[in-house]
Design a binder for this molecule. Structure first.
Ligand code: PLP
Length: 464
């Protein structure tokens, strides 16, 4: 008997007994009924009981080109057979060198230095460590504070978690709080009913400027922001927000780190969203997830020529940027990244995403008319429905904070996986999804919301 052929109940038991999952709820440790999938094709995964489900979140916003892509798998296999690994510390391999070149060609402006990492958290961690390193070399060791935002998610390593602003994730773990400041919620949906969107925008920009002034510009090193605040509930900032934040950063000599771990590699129909969608050229971009279409782990922190010039050559002071990983620029991951870029370009994936986005947004907006839905928002191929007990009152369903999980349950019964987050459901399907498949996805989602509304109405929790 091979391990893969073990009977399924044993596998479920082993998973519960030995695999400590990310974000494990400790009170229920060992009692989980997780969905298993052992195969997939295109936008679908196939679960342990043979059900074919549309993968609404594309894994964790990463499987851009869908499942079962033999071209990516073959490229990885060929690389593994030819040269599985060669230390990136003192040596080199052509696959990551070529990938760095291809990425630099697609980044905005002078972001030409690609530091490869093992995922998004290590990309963010490396970005912050580079900012600290640069300020130490520039003789400004006191300039270290990073400004982030409530509800931001930047990862799970110590520094990346420290600049993450999701309150519920902070309860039981330590943070490098001395290095961070957080700006209030940037979600336009939460603004006062009488507040115009431009006034809200002015307030958010003032929050950034005031925080820099209160902290002292000489102490603030960087501002970090996701173009769209994704895990925090797909929060799309008001038009002009990032440009005005960048102006404030420039005014006070604060670096701008754009965390494109989700938005990079096509999610909004462009290689990177910072410039093409939001009109900014940040100092550093972080990316991961979609860069290998989720087939194998990889991330990158991409740094501008300007910043690198400050710490290299005559300015290098014999310093070493002592930050890196055994698997920085892993050849097999790089081969997957190169093939992902090649396929995206050859098959016009960016053009396809831009072409079907209006349809995605139309169907998304229609969900806002359902009584349980308070807000339906998104951009490109990423969306979120936020449920409320009373849309007028704008308050959360506090009687049942698991409404997202209820919708996901109904959707899974009908052929769709979602990503439930408390009272929200988030979805970001593989970029290869067709208009017909999008239609099916939204039909199931709408049905799931209606069924959940009926459940909550029967329970007396929800009144229309
Ligand atoms: N940054 C953003 C914006 C993310 O959404 C995530 C993960 O969801 C991360 C960083 C962390 O990436 P990883 O889980 O690959 O470490």
């Amino acid at each position: 008997m091979t391990l893969l052929n073990s009977d399924f109940q044993s596998v479920r038991d082993w998973d519960n007994k030995h695999f400590l999952h990310p974000w494990e709820g400790m009170s229920y440790l060992g009692q989980n009924e997780r969905t298993f999938a052992e195969s997939g094709l295109g936008i679908h995964v196939v679960t342990e009981d043979g059900k074919r489900l549309i993968d609404g979140p594309a894994g964790m916003w990463c499987v851009q080109l869908g499942y079962g892509n033999t071209e990516i798998a073959d490229a990885m296999g060929q690389q593994a057979k030819a040269m599985a690994y060669f230390s990136p510390f003192n040596n080199a391999n052509s696959a990551p060198a070529r990938l760095a070149h291809e990425i630099a060609k697609r980044t905005p402006g002078d972001l030409n230095h690609v530091f490869f990492t093992t995922g998004g958290s290590t990309a963010v961690d490396s970005a912050i460590r580079f900012v600290q390193f640069r300020n130490n070399l520039l003789g400004k060791p006191e300039k270290k504070i990073v400004i982030s935002r409530q509800k931001a998610y930047h990862g799970s390593t110590y520094l990346a978690a420290s600049v993450s602003g999701k309150e519920r994730d902070k309860g039981w773990l330590d943070q490098a709080s001395d290095l961070t400041r957080f700006l209030p919620n940037v979600n336009p949906y939460t603004r006062r009913p009488d507040q115009m969107i431009n006034d809200f925008l002015d307030e958010k920009i003032a929050d950034l400027e005031n925080t820099i002034l209160q902290t002292g510009a000489g102490k603030v090193a960087a501002f970090i922001a996701e173009p769209i605040l994704c895990s925090g509930g797909v929060i799309v900032p008001p038009r002009g927000y990032h440009q005005r934040c960048l102006e404030i950063c420039r005014k006070y000599d604060v670096l701008y780190i754009s965390d494109e771990v989700v938005t990079g590699f096509g999610r909004l129909g462009h290689w990177f969203a910072s410039e093409d969608v939001f009109g900014i050229q940040p100092d550093i971009i972080t990316c991961a997830k979609g860069m290998t279409s989720g087939y194998v782990p990889m991330g990158a922190c991409i740094i501008s020529d300007r910043l690198i010039a400050d710490v290299s050559g005559d300015n290098g002071q014999d310093a070493t940027f002592s930050n890196g990983f055994t698997y920085s620029g892993h050849p097999v991951s790089a081969a997957a990244g190169l093939k992902t870029i090649e396929i995206m370009e050859r098959d016009g994936v960016m053009e396809h995403v831009r072409a079907i986005t209006p349809f995605f947004e139309e169907r998304l907006q229609a969900l806002a008319d359902l009584p349980l839905v308070g807000d339906a928002r998104g951009m490109g191929l990423v969306g979120c429905v936020e449920c409320v007990a009373d849309a007028e009152a704008n308050n959360l369903l506090d009687l049942d904070k698991s409404v997202g999980a209820m919708i996901d349950h109904h959707c899974q019964e009908n052929g769709l996986i979602l990503r439930p987050i408390i009272n929200m459901c988030v979805f970001s399907p593989p970029l290869i999804i067709t208009e017909g498949e999008l239609n099916e996805m939204f039909d199931i989602l709408e049905k799931g919301i209606r069924l959940t509304t009926e459940d909550l109405t029967h329970q007396g929790v929800f009144k229309t």
